[in-house]
Design a protein around this ligand. Sequence first.
Ligand code: FAD
Length: 300
Amino acid sequence: MSSPTYPALSYELYPPKNAEADDSLWTTIRRLEDTRPDFVSVTYGAAGSNRETAIDLLRRLLTETTLKPLAHLTCVGSSRAELTDIIDRLIGGGVRGILALRGDAPDGVDTHSDDVEHADDLVRLIREVEARRTAQLAAGKVSVGVAAYATRHPDSPNLEQDIEVLLAKEEAGADFAITQVFFQPSDYARLVDRADRAGVTIPIIPGIMPLTSTRRLKKAGALAGIDVDQDLWARLEGARTDEERRTVGVSATVALARAALDDGAPGIHLYTFNEHAAALEVLDALDLERPPEAGLAASL
Ligand code: FAD
């Protein structure tokens, strides 16, 4: 008898900037842990700006929680030797999931890179380091994720290039993709359809941000190079109380996540901004079917 499959659930966290943020992050981590996600991802400042804080958070997640961490790693502005060293440290420290990214160079940082220029180069490097460390990988191989874009990446001339790049990342050895934020259900459906037609076979998990804060919506929209949905914006701005705004935002988020799941999404990845309240409200309202025990999305 085949076991039932459940939608995957994961959250994104970022390394805390100070002790106060660390305390509040750990409250969030404990609340999210209760929902038994398949993994939690930890962001990485492009060019390694917060490398040690990220590694410390990954270490604590591995040693103090039941959570499986997915370490983001960017290659922009880093040499092949530096990247090899960090991949070695991650794998040696017990991390078994890496999200391979190019990153965006911070202002003033030299973006010169030797041969690890794009995310597909980084995927290949991770696979090379992994192959050299097979003896230590008795506990399982490394899952490598990559970014996908439901709307055109700001540096890409068109959506076709984004799909070609996604296919190249799969061919380089990626196991799954997580999307950048998007605000229209049709954007995810179009990405999955185009990817499928181009021969992409890896799961594409929609990255969903709780649409409860206009400030965050604006910032995320600017980063992703997309316009915020005007109707949602007007409804959030028109809310008379924080509670009403939250209700509007949570219901819009649930509609977006539900549409993606209806379009065949393998699960959802929630951008938490290190806060559990909105993420948990979305999860509760979404009523996502979860397995009796964590870890069923073993391929991710
Ligand atoms: P790439 O796949 O390298 O693509 C970047 C651009 O180069 C695209 O326009 C692509 O079409 C083009 N391109 C790719 N390969 C080639 C090639 N071989 N030849 C020519 N052109 C090519 N940023 C961070 O700094 N830290 C994070 O922790 C972080 N986490 C993220 C998590 C997710 C789920 C997502 C979706 C994004 C995240 N980002 C993060 C942002 C990401 O780094 C940026 O979107 C960045 O601009 C592109 O990264 P990428 O991995 O998609 O790059």
